[in-house]
Structure formats: C-alpha cells, structure tokens
Design a protein around this ligand. Structure first.
Ligand code: SF4
Length: 408
C-alpha cells in the first residue's frame, strides 16, 4: 500500500500570494482603490494588468465553489433563474452563488460579496459559455462587456486566425482605456507580457519535472499550485512564486522524493479536474501507487509564444493556439507527444458532463489511442456538480484500470 509524499513546502507561499492578490481586488471593489476587470481564464489578462486593472477570474471562483463543495446547492438556484443544469457548472455555480449571496471569498478573504466589475472581458477561445456567463453580469451590474470571438476550432494555426484575433485585441484598447481612465503605455504592456512569458516558462518547467521517475508532483498538486499562473500571469509575484516552487521540485528530483511513494504506475489526466474530489482521488491514487504525472488541463497555462517585441500579436497567437481551441487531430498529436515524453502507461479521460468543450473522449480519441497501444479509461463526472459523479464507480474504475496496467 502506498502513501502520499511529503507536503509541498511552497504551499504556504502560494496561499500568501493568492491572499495578497484577492486583497487587492477586495480593496478595489470595496474601498475604491483601483478598478476591477473580470476576465475569462484565457482572456487578455496582460492587457488588463498593463492598464492597471485588478483582474478577477470568475472561473477561478467557480473552481473555489467546486472545491468547497458548495456547487450542488447553488446550481439549482441558477437553474430556477433559467440556466440549464446541463451547461457549464462553473457558470451555474457562480450565478447561483451570486443570486443566493454566497461566496467562499467571504470566509477565505473577507469579501462582502463577489467584487463588482467595472468591465467584463471575455475570450471565446475556450467556449461560448463564458460569453453567456459574462452577459448575465453585464445585465446585473450594467457594466461594459467587451471581448474577443476567436475562430474555433483551429487546425494548423495560420496568419488569418492570428490577425483576426489581433485586430480584436487592438479594438479592445480604446474601450478599456475609457474604463481605466488612462492610456495604454506600450512599454508597460511589453513589460507585462515579458513577465507573463516568464511565469509561463517557469510553470512549464514545474510541470515538466513530472517527467522524472518518480514524479515529484501529481496532477492534483498541479491543480492546487496553478492558481498564480492563471490569475497573476503578467505580475512579478507569480514569477517569484514559481521560482520557489521550481526550486523545490528540482530539489525533490535530486533527492528522489516522490509525490506518490513507491510510484509504480504513471498516468495522464485528460479533461477537467473534479474540484470537490481532488483530495479523495489523490489519496486513492496514492494507495494504488499510481501517479497522474501529466495533464492537458494544467498545461493549458503554458503560453510559450508570448514575446515582448510583439505583445498583441503574440497574445493573439498564444490565446488562439490553446489546446481547447484546436481540432481533434491536433489534440491527439499533442496528447501522444506528452504520453511519450512523460513515460505514461495509461490515459484517463474525465468526461465532464457540463463541460463538453474540455471532454475529449467524445469523438473517438480513446479508441484511437487504444488501437495504437495506449491503454485508456473514461469515466463520467463533472468539474463542480457532484450530483453527476459517483464515488464508488470512479474508484472501482480507477482501481480496475491500475490493476490492468500492472497485471494484477
Ligand atoms: S471551458 Fe468548460 S469549464 Fe471552462 S468555462 Fe467553458 S464550459 Fe465552463
């Protein structure tokens, strides 16, 4: 029987970094110290930071609602307001929480409520739901809604795609300047893009340590530690944090410290996390001595084409090139490369009911991988709505899959 490896020491610094981030937003919303922009998780955060906004990410809030297991009670509130329980459960948890006046931000960071937006900024590179989600708050707060409609799904990334997005990013500048009350300073945007790239590279290196045997971190650790890469990319705090985390992961590699003691099976997590079950699944895998060493999800915040010399152009490339926005063939190639690079023995697909956009088992991918000798398992569940998730079924499926991979 295996066990979880030691706690990651940097976790305390990560919590402090996130607390300082939320305190800035709270002060902006509740004390008028700065303006608040709401942004989708792969929206143009660099542009917003360069204009001096405090940037709040409702998807991060959705993940908090899922992790704190508040979603199942809040989703019906959104459903009563006309939002189907079949659409994104980040959206329905978040809107349900807003309508009910509940948010984990109160207890965790002393907020009175979710921060009022001065502007809402979206990018549909991941799905249409984000636009509908932000449109609700546009009506609710009477705040301006601006954004980018990205071509989807993109096969090979071509100039035509990038130019279409770059033009939309340029068109955001003027309305955002109006809300910010200041002009965009190009050297500042370049500085922010350079920081975002540095954060991205460090985060990529942290995740890359998972290629070592044993892996010093698991997918579940990645879900906890990805916060700054999502919400603070473009800010020096994120760079500082990932330097610390990378040093710790490299030390673990040198000392042979494993995320899962006695690691004997290396797995790939494909799809959304099950936020309310991170700990349970992590403990199950530790018992089985199986480690999820790589995931598409955590890798989604590696933007390796950002360059400070062409900030808007490279943002357009980075945010259009995204895995979730690509065709099945590109996705399959990407997964196969990671399977090889990380020495993965099996791929586990989470078919999340309310996020078909990031459930990649629905168009024959598991079958195609199987046919070329990569074992797969698909389980049904959801990112936030635990009514769609069966503890017993998932546990039994993962146990049987690991048994199959280890030959008993
Ligand atoms: S990608 Fe999925 S989880 Fe994310 S906002 Fe869209 S539907 Fe929701």
């Amino acid at each position: 029987m295996g066990a979880r490896g030691p706690e990651i020491r940097s976790t305390a610094a990560m919590r402090a970094t996130m607390a300082a981030y939320f305190e800035e937003i709270r002060r902006a919303a509740e004390e008028g110290v700065g303006k608040v922009a709401w942004c989708t998780s792969v929206g143009p955060a660099e542009l917003l930071y360069a204009l001096g906004f405090r940037v709040y990410f409702p998807e991060n809030h959705g993940a908090m609602l899922g992790a704190s297991r508040m979603s199942s009670e809040l989703i019906p509130v959104a459903s009563a307001a006309g939002y189907s329980p079949d659409i994104c459960s980040y959206l329905t948890s978040d809107i349900g929480g807003y309508l009910k006046g509940e948010t984990p931000l109160k207890k965790a960071y002393g907020f009175k409520s979710v921060p009022r937006p001065d502007v809402l900024v979206y990018n549909t590179n991941q799905c249409r739901d984000v636009h509908d989600w932000f449109s609700f708050y546009q009506r609710e707060f009477n705040a301006p809604l601006v954004g980018v409609s990205t071509p989807h799904p993109v096969p090979e990334l071509e100039d035509v795609h990038v130019k279409a997005v770059e033009a939309q990013l340029e068109a955001l500048i003027e309305p955002l300047e109006r809300v910010a009350g200041s002009r965009l300073d190009m050297p500042e945007l370049k500085r922010v893009v350079a920081l975002s790239r540095e954060c991205s590279d460090l985060w990529g290196k942290v995740l890359g340590t998972g290629a070592n045997v044993p892996s010093p971190l698991s997918f579940f650790d990645g879900c906890i530690h990805m916060g700054p890469a999502v919400v603070l990319r473009g800010r020096p705090e994120a760079v500082e944090y990932y330097r610390l985390l990378l040093a710790e992961m490299e030390e673990r590699v040198r000392d042979g410290v494993a995320a899962v003691e006695g690691e004997r099976v290396r797995l790939y997590w494909e799809g959304m996390p099950v936020w309310g079950r991170l700990r349970d699944l992590s403990e199950l895998c530790s018992r089985l001595r199986a480690c999820f060493v790589v995931s598409t999800y955590c890798n989604s915040w590696i933007f390796d084409v950002l360059v400070l010399s062409r900030p808007l152009h490279s943002m357009a490339r980075a945010y259009t090139k995204l895995f979730i926005n690509r065709t099945e063939r590109i996705k399959e190639t990407y997964i196969r490369e990671l399977v090889k690079k990380f020495g993965v023995q099996g791929v586990v697909f989470h078919d999340s009911k309310t996020c078909p956009n990031n459930a990649n088992s629905r168009y024959g991918m598991p079958r195609r991988l199987e046919e070329s000798g990569v074992p797969t398992l698909t389980f049904n569940g959801d990112l936030c709505d635990l009514r769609l998730y069966s503890d017993v079924q998932v546990r039994t499926s993962i146990e049987a899959f690991v048994e199959q991979l280890t030959g008993g």
